[in-house]
Design a protein around this ligand. Structure first.
Ligand SMILES: Nc1ncnc2c1ncn2[C@@H]1O[C@H](COP(=O)(O)OP(=O)(O)O)[C@@H](O)[C@H]1O
Ligand SMILES: [Mg+2]
Length: 394
């Protein structure tokens, strides 16, 4: 451990300044939090670092990011305020150094288990902005020796910068989401308004009347779909969704999706088939969320297909990952649109005429997959076929 000579100290502070400047450059909460924990571990020479965010209304602390985890499955895990070190920091609004955690009765056992690190020593600082505690930044296990006053000073400074950056990101995210939503509901609302207005005209004939009632029904359904998908997405984006992690059999998951969607495919005159080995390795994840992601893909494969077309579901695995793919023999996706598909509310021009939708389905798929540390890939040939694949690391 460098016994802090002035030069070493100077270097450390210079790094701190560089990192702090860096923090201001992202407005993506996940990216920001992962940068903060990485910086905290590096700057304090700790094995790992984690962030817990504090929800003032509910008086709850929840686990949000850790430097040593590749899979963000712990996200959202609630940590009791009254029986944890993090809770102590929030309540006292003070930093803390504990160089022998086991001797400290404030220790919260589940966290040690949750981060998969045996906690021996810990340095924690409150994240404070505008006199409000918004969370706790913890460095876990000094690599050599004990945490020092200087480590604490460095982490406090990083924490102060981090708190401001977190607040800004959250505000930005919220206003962004709300603006998008309001923008998107304008069109259906104005169609409903126009239809209602026409219905009130005593001179319109029955045919027109039925037509207007249909418009109102369709647009109301669309608004309802939008509200549901939007809420799903807002929850996923805020990072407050706690994944319910269980052991998943990929083949069973695909079979259930097949069962749930087979009827829908048949109604549309399409043939749904499964192409999956039955003895695939199991993995940990949120069964219902992944099922929802696959179903969103199947529902697209149905909507953007051609008459008499086919849909193939597949689960497979190799050393690195589990893959769920949905292929269709549909209209295909021109290459210039592929990058945009996962943007909220985005629909390829002309899609409006071919099928109903909200443009939120793929954003939900992406969030769920990334929440499992994975990614989504797309391959397509216009007029021929499209395959979406969810890759989840093992
Ligand atoms: N299998 C597919 N084949 C062709 N185009 C697709 C397919 N899946 C998605 N798309 C395109 O991507 C857009 C976004 O999809 P999504 O987010 O699920 O929204 P929605 O289905 O509500 O329109 C769709 O509007 C469509 O233009
Ligand atoms: Mg869709």
């Amino acid at each position: 451990m460098p016994k802090t000579t002035p030069l070493v100290r100077l270097k450390r502070y210079q790094r701190l300044i560089r990192i702090s400047r860096d923090l201001a450059s992202t407005l993506d909460l996940d990216v920001l939090l992962s940068r903060i924990v990485q910086a905290a571990a590096d700057l304090s020479y700790a094995e790992a670092a984690s962030i817990l965010l504090f929800d003032q209304n509910k008086n709850e602390l929840y686990f949000q990011a850790a430097s040593n985890l590749d899979e963000p499955l712990l996200r959202g895990l609630i940590v009791p305020v009254d029986s944890s070190i993090a809770g102590w920091i929030v309540t006292h609004q003070e930093p803390i150094i504990i160089n022998d955690v086991k001797q400290d009765n404030r220790h919260y056992e589940n966290i040690a288990e949750a981060t998969e690190v045996q906690t021996n020593s810990l340095l924690g600082v409150p994240l404070i902005t505008k006199n409000k505690v918004i969370g706790v930044l913890e460095a876990i296990n000094k690599q050599e020796g004990n945490f020092t006053e200087e480590d604490q000073e460095i982490l406090m400074t990083l924490g102060a910068q981090a708190a401001v950056a977190i607040e800004n990101t959250k505000l930005f995210q919220q206003s962004d989401l709300i603006a998008d939503f309001v923008h998107e509901i304008r069109t259906p609302l104005s169609s409903i308004g126009t239809a209602a207005h026409l219905l009130l005209n005593p001179k319109i004939n029955d045919e027109k009347r039925t037509q207007m009632a249909e418009v109102i029904k369709d647009e109301t359904n669309r608004l309802a779909d939008m509200a549901t998908s939007f809420l799903d997405l807002a929850r996923l984006e805020s990072g407050r969704v706690q994944f319910q992690v269980n052991e998943i059999d990929p083949a069973a998951l695909i079979m259930e999706c097949d069962m749930l969607m087979r009827g829908k495919a048949q109604e549309s005159g399409l043939y749904l088939m499964m192409d999956t080995e039955t003895s695939l390795p199991h993995f940990n994840g949120d069964y219902d969320k992944i099922k929802q992601a696959v179903i969103n893909l199947i529902s697209n494969a149905i909507k953007y297909n051609k008459p008499g077309g086919m849909i193939r579901l597949k689960a497979e695995a190799d050393q690195q990952e589990i893959r769920f793919s949905v292929s269709d023999t549909g209209i295909g996706i021109p290459p210039e649109y592929i990058d945009k598909l996962f943007t909220k509310f985005y629909r390829i021009p002309g899609t409006e005429e071919c099928a109903e939708g909200t443009g939120l389905g793929l954003s939900v798929v992406k969030r769920i997959t990334e929440g499992h540390g994975g990614r989504v890939s797309v391959s397509s040939e216009v007029g021929e076929e499209t395959t979406f694949t969810i890759h989840i690391p093992r």
